[in-house]
Write a protein that binds this ligand. Structure first.
Ligand code: DQA
Length: 145
């Protein structure tokens, strides 16, 4: 059975590596994509890795996942804290959802403490750096069996 996983990234994550490295680390998003592809191969998962700065595009990708993906790993970035539209799209997706944040959002400003996505997520990983994406893939592999 196909074990397709969509790994989605929200706004400003294209600047990973140069954006507030003291918060988000030195790795670029390409580095993260490469690590994810490597681990996915080991775990027998097929992954597609995407980033957008546009809320509607994120929503469309989640809608499309209904047709082909068994799981979504998502770092919605700032849309975590604002997007009911993204939550609604995720509620219509029946597979596994893992929410990832590179930083520990609960240790930061109060406006980052609430996530619309968490009420749908099967697991939330925050504060593990970019390793959080790899932990998410391992969890997906466990849940997909
Ligand atoms: C983030 C945390 C969000 O609060 C922030 O807006 C981001 C990245 C993280 O990965 O730590 O852009 O999702």
């Amino acid at each position: 059975m196909a074990r397709d996983v969509l790994i989605l990234n929200g706004p400003n994550l294209n600047m990973l590596g140069t954006r507030q490295p003291e918060v988000y680390g030195a790795e670029t998003l390409d580095d993260v994509a490469r690590s994810c592809a490597g681990l996915a191969a080991e775990l027998g998962l097929t992954t597609e890795f995407r980033q957008t700065n546009h809320e509607g595009e994120l929503v469309t990708w989640v809608q499309e996942a209904r047709k082909g993906a068994e799981a979504i790993v998502i770092n919605p970035a700032a849309y975590t804290h604002t997007s009911v539209a993204l939550l609604d799209a995720l509620l219509a997706f029946e597979g596994v959802v893992i929410e990832v944040h590179i930083s520990n959002i609960h240790k930061r400003e109060a406006f980052r403490h609430h996530s619309y996505v968490s009420s749908r997520a099967d697991a939330v990983i925050a504060g593990c750096g970019t390793e959080g994406y790899l932990l998410a893939l391992r969890r997906v592999a466990t849940l997909l069996g």
